[in-house]
Design a protein around this ligand. Structure first.
Ligand code: C2E
Ligand code: MG
Ligand code: MG
Ligand code: MG
Length: 283
């Protein structure tokens, strides 16, 4: 009979909702505890010039190692960190740690390596954001041009004076701005004229099925032509195959990043990767 079926569905639905709410509350509580207990570290993924094979930068990617759950994906906890404001504490730590680390690599002879740090739109709304950046650069003695901030297109939809002014101030400090996941943000392209941007990162979804027949080829080609026309550098993210690498190289893509080159590595393993690379290029 339909009414009992409906009742069952309602009970089931409420149970599911309950489970989700409990999970969410638990995740939030653990995240707070994780920050207190320093359960976070950064992984670094190389970004290279595909023609010279030289490393130009690395992207810093946040990792949370929960004592019981193991590594939790940033896709799962960053949204909660944003909603609760914990992203500000985390973001400050990320900036400082990334700048100190890259300065260390520069001192070890990798002089021109930059670090690319992901910044969420929420962080820009914090009026202490610029101060946090200055502090990270001060404490690490990293030259500002080696700090790249990865912002998504959602930041550019916000034409408020504060956002524009903030980006200008960052640019005047000498910091580089990259647009992450470019092409997926459903925003108008006109922001490219108004905002001081240096780099576009083509989203992985356009790279995944890149072949001579795919519509993605036309899109990637168009992004490269437009970007270069505007004087921007283009990075392709998510390169997994040599075919993708060859196509992007022949299309004139400036820089590439992806599992084919190397996965994100914790700092010590990234140091080894750098040393191995240096040794091999001297042969
Ligand atoms: P994103 O900034 O677009 O970072 C690239 C993501 O693609 C990373 O996932 C990276 O591990 C992954 N990736 C790199 N190469 C390949 C590849 O060849 N194949 C595949 N399948 N994936 C590849 P991850 O580390 O899980 O980060 C996911 C997202 O979480 C990031 O996307 C970024 O939006 C966010 N995130 C990560 N770290 C931070 C952070 O420190 N701060 C903020 N605000 N967001 C972060
Ligand atoms: Mg990124
Ligand atoms: Mg990206
Ligand atoms: Mg992405």
């Amino acid at each position: 009979r339909t009414d009992t079926v409906t009742n069952k569905n309602v009970v089931f639905y409420l149970n599911e909702m309950n489970k989700e709410m409990i999970e969410r509350v638990e995740l939030e509580r653990s995240l707070r505890k994780g920050i207190e207990n320093n359960e976070f570290f950064l992984a670094y993924q190389p970004i290279i010039n595909p023609v010279t094979n030289e490393i130009v930068a690395c992207e810093a990617l946040l990792r949370w190692e929960h004592p019981e759950w193991g590594i939790v994906s940033p896709k799962k906890f960053i949204p909660i960190a944003e909603e609760t404001g914990m992203i500000h504490t985390l973001g400050k730590w990320i900036l400082k740690t990334a700048c100190l680390q890259v300065k260390d690599w520069q001192r070890d002879g990798f002089e021109h390596i930059s670090v690319s740090v992901n910044v969420s739109a929420h962080q820009l709304q914090n009026n202490r954001f610029i101060d946090n950046i200055k502090q990270a650069l001060d404490e690490s003695a990293l030259a500002p041009r080696y700090l790249h901030l990865e912002l998504t297109e959602s930041v550019m939809i916000d034409r408020s004076l504060t956002t524009v002014e903030m980006l200008r101030e960052l640019m005047e400090m000498g910091i580089h701005i990259s647009i992450d996941d470019f092409g997926t943000g459903y925003s108008s392209l006109s922001y490219l004229k108004h905002f001081p941007i240096h780099t576009l990162k083509i989203d992985r979804s356009f790279i995944q099925n890149l072949n001579k027949q795919s519509p993605d080829l036309a899109i990637v080609h168009a992004i490269l032509t437009m970007g270069h026309g505007l004087g921007l550098r283009i990075v392709a993210e998510g390169i997994e195959t040599t075919e993708q690498l060859h196509m992007l190289t022949s299309l004139g893509c400036d820089f590439v990043q992806g599992y084919l080159i190397e996965k994100p590595l914790e700092a010590r393993r990234f140091t080894h990767w750098l040393e191995r690379k240096r040794k091999n290029s001297n042969i």
